[in-house]
Ligand binder design. Structure first.
Ligand code: OVV
Length: 406
């Protein structure tokens, strides 16, 4: 078969509009509102002529595709490339890019390593780090992406995993690489892939047992290989998953939360009045800004969703960011409202692959937002916030701010 962007070029399904937008264009990736609005207006699905694949951005269908792992598999890759037809750029993740029942086994190991008890024990060190970081940044002109959004997770997360010699830059760049890699072979992907020789060997080394402390999350994963739940190689692969998914995502969530609060002073006032809203504010940030904007699934059978025929081999770009702002599901969908009911948002996915790190991610976001609520009186925006295009992540590139002390 002749591949198109690494997958089967499907025919236009009956009743689906053809749309020539580029979901991987810089404008679409950075200024998301027009793209999301038009995507939802196309109907349950749009046929993306540039990629000969489907896209969805309405809440109902996006959720249905994500929930049904039997028809819509992850094992063929969660980007535009179909792993059944094209060799992936790295060995597939043994948790993200696999299906049940194998997925259940690997996921269980990570789930235990990130158990509620493990996360509960991290709360105090997270709070101390967040308090110290925010205190240090008060009343100065700061670059919030670097100084706060990147600084916090890269200090606490590698320590929690037990990386002996963390390199913040490499951890962040690897995340950017993994997420750009799920897009097409465009400039964004090529530019970061050119740096793979610099980054990938470092990451792979960092995952080895010898390079991990004996008391971290990484060690817990290796312990699961000692009692035969997984092999030692699988343990290394699961540590790689932590490093792939655990840094750029939380950096983005924290950066986006700062942006939401800086641009919605009324909501920041609410948070200041009641710092126990920190977690709700983080959750609403996830809904409104969807740090992971989109993942693909692949139809593994001929099927149908909302009366639309979907042929085997169809790639479906599930635009979580659009579903999270679908006005047919969310009242005042475009409004940042830290008191809203956010349950059911899709920023962390839904179904068997729902983010396995969600509790540690929330603990990080909550720690930072609580520290800000308690210490900051006003967030002054000192210049334009600039978004950084990435094929899957919706993150800020720069955001000059001043956190004025209470
Ligand atoms: C980009 C991403 C998200 C979630 C998991 C992984 C990667 C992985 O490598 O397992």
């Amino acid at each position: 078969m002749e591949l198109f962007h690494g997958h089967k070029p499907i025919a236009v399904p009956e009743g689906v509009p053809e749309w020539d937008a580029d979901p991987y264009g810089t404008d679409e990736l950075t200024d998301t509102t027009p793209f999301f609005t038009e995507l939802r207006a196309q109907g349950p699905f749009a046929y993306m002529t540039k990629y000969k694949m489907l896209a969805c951005g309405r809440y109902e269908e996006t959720r249905e595709v994500f929930r049904d792992h039997e028809r819509f598999v992850s094992s063929r890759g969660v980007g535009v490339s179909d792993f059944a037809l094209e060799e992936p750029w790295r060995s597939p993740s043994i948790v993200l890019e696999v299906d049940p029942p194998y997925h259940n086994k690997t996921r269980r190991v990570i789930m235990r390593a990130l158990s509620p008890k493990v996360v509960a024990d991290l709360r105090e060190p997270f709070a101390q780090d967040a308090d110290a970081l925010v205190a240090r940044l008060l009343n100065r002109d700061i670059e919030a992406v670097v100084d706060l959004a990147e600084a916090f997770p890269t200090s606490v997360f590698p320590r929690a995993v037990g990386i002996r010699e963390p390199d913040s830059r490499k951890l962040i760049d690897y995340g950017a690489m993994v997420f750009n890699a799920i897009g097409p072979d465009n400039d964004l992907r090529r530019r970061i892939m050119a740096r793979a020789p610099d980054i990938v060997p470092w990451i792979n080394e960092a995952c080895l047992r010898a390079n991990l402390t004996e008391d971290g999350i990484g060690a817990t994963i290796y312990a699961a290989s000692d009692d035969g739940q997984i092999t030692e190689d699988e343990a290394g692969m699961l540590v790689r998953s932590l490093l792939s998914a655990g840094v750029d995502t939380t950096v983005t969530g924290i950066g986006n939360a700062l942006w939401c609060l800086a641009t919605n002073p009324d909501q920041f006032e609410l948070l200041k009045e009641d710092p126990s809203l920190a977690l709700a504010a983080f959750e609403e940030t996830l809904r409104l800004t969807s740090p992971v904007q989109a993942f693909c699934r692949t139809a593994n059978v001929d099927t149908e969703v909302s009366g639309i025929t979907i042929e085997e081999g169809s790639k479906i770009l599930c635009v979580l960011g659009a579903a999270n702002r679908d006005p047919d599901h969310w009242p005042e969908a475009e409004k940042f409202d830290i008191t809203r009911k956010t349950a059911g948002h899709l920023a962390l996915g839904v179904g068997p692959h729902i983010c396995v790190g969600q509790n540690i991610a929330r603990a990080e976001g909550q720690a930072v937002l609580r520290a800000i609520a308690e210490k900051v009186d006003r967030i002054d925006v000192l210049g334009d916030a600039v978004w950084r295009p990435n094929n899957a992540i919706h993150a800020l590139d720069r955001m000059p701010l001043r956190l004025v002390a209470r």
